[in-house]
Design a protein around this ligand. Structure first.
Ligand SMILES: *[C@@H]1O[C@H](CO)[C@@H](O)[C@H](O)[C@H]1NC(C)=O
Ligand SMILES: *[C@@H]1O[C@H](CO)[C@@H](O)[C@H](O)[C@H]1NC(C)=O
Length: 276
């Protein structure tokens, strides 16, 4: 911890020494971090400081060796994750002060992003990631749904996410206790990687029936999903949340939310909504 603090101190001190720079990248690779630091002046109030604290790792050589092994084809551990023990013996925790960042491609406005629910009275699955992109602006199809959520959210997580970004997920589907068959054995799995194909299969059935009826398939889905017809054909999920990044995450609420999106599919209502 002491080492990390000193690296941070060195960064802040150099930022103060060059007040004309609002964004600086300081990469330091040094084995002897100097002791102590001197406060020269307070940072200007209107300057955004983006701080990252780098902590010295406990066993850099050991960590590099393991990372090399899992990424080298032919090695015994190729393609595996490091175990919890391997990570804890070689690293300190890495801290980022940037906030809650979103994933790609879920944050892409041209994708339909699917969150997860659980239970029969459906509630959000706590691993259902969601949030706001730092890279893509909010597309018009979701502007009104997201702005209602932000109003309802109030100051929760304020400053930790980008309120102008593309918000996700768009919709959700069951993501826990999903039965699969592997090598003749059944088992239960969980994840939004269950929810996405479940939602996609519902859309495939709709497209299949549309084509059979001589109609056009749905094409890019999102504008339809956020339309009043789309919203009315989804089950709104209003309970649960997605804790993470040392926060309680975002709470599911009435209407769109960054845990379950607009909700889960109701096939009969979706059929009617697309004119079948
Ligand atoms: C979060 O996104 C910002 C870009 O907006 C990037 O600079 C930063 O490294 C990201 N943080 C993490 C932890 O990925
Ligand atoms: C917030 O998101 C917008 C896109 O809507 C992006 O241009 C901006 O850089 C983001 N801000 C930060 C601090 O990453």
């Amino acid at each position: 911890m002491r080492t990390g603090f000193l690296v941070l101190a060195a960064f802040v001190a150099s930022a103060w020494a060059n007040p004309s720079f609002h964004t600086m990248r300081v990469h330091e690779a040094r084995s002897d971090v100097p002791d102590g630091f001197i406060k020269k002046a307070a940072a200007p109030v209107d300057t955004m400081l983006n701080l990252r604290i780098a902590l010295k790792q406990t066993d850099m050589a050991g960590l590099e060796q393991m990372l090399f092994a899992v990424s080298t084809p032919g090695s015994e551990t190729y393609g595996q994750h490091l175990t919890k023990e391997e990570v804890s013996t070689t690293t300190h925790h890495v801290i980022s002060l940037v906030g809650i960042n979103t994933t790609f491609p879920s944050g892409c406005p041209f994708m339909t992003s699917v969150g997860a629910t659980t239970g029969v009275t459906e509630t959000a699955a706590d691993f259902s990631s969601g949030g706001f992109s730092n890279f893509f602006g909010r597309p018009s199809y979701q502007a009104s749904a997201v702005s209602s959520y932000l109003t309802a959210l109030g100051s929760t997580n304020s400053g930790k996410f980008n309120t102008s970004g593309r918000a996700f997920p768009d919709v959700s589907a069951q993501g826990e206790n999903v039965e699969i068959v592997v090598g003749g054995q059944t088992g239960l799995v969980a994840g939004t990687s269950c929810s996405s194909p479940i939602f996609a299969s519902v859309i495939s059935l709709l497209n299949d029936q549309l084509l059979t009826a001589g109609k056009s398939p749905l094409g890019f889905l999102n504008p339809f999903l956020y339309s009043s017809a789309g919203v009315a054909a989804l089950n709104d999920i209003t309970t649960g949340s997605n804790p993470g990044c040392n926060t309680n995450g975002f709470p599911a609420k009435t209407g769109w939310d960054p845990v379950t999106g607009l909700g889960t599919p109701n096939f009969a209502k979706l059929k009617a909504a697309v004119g079948l």
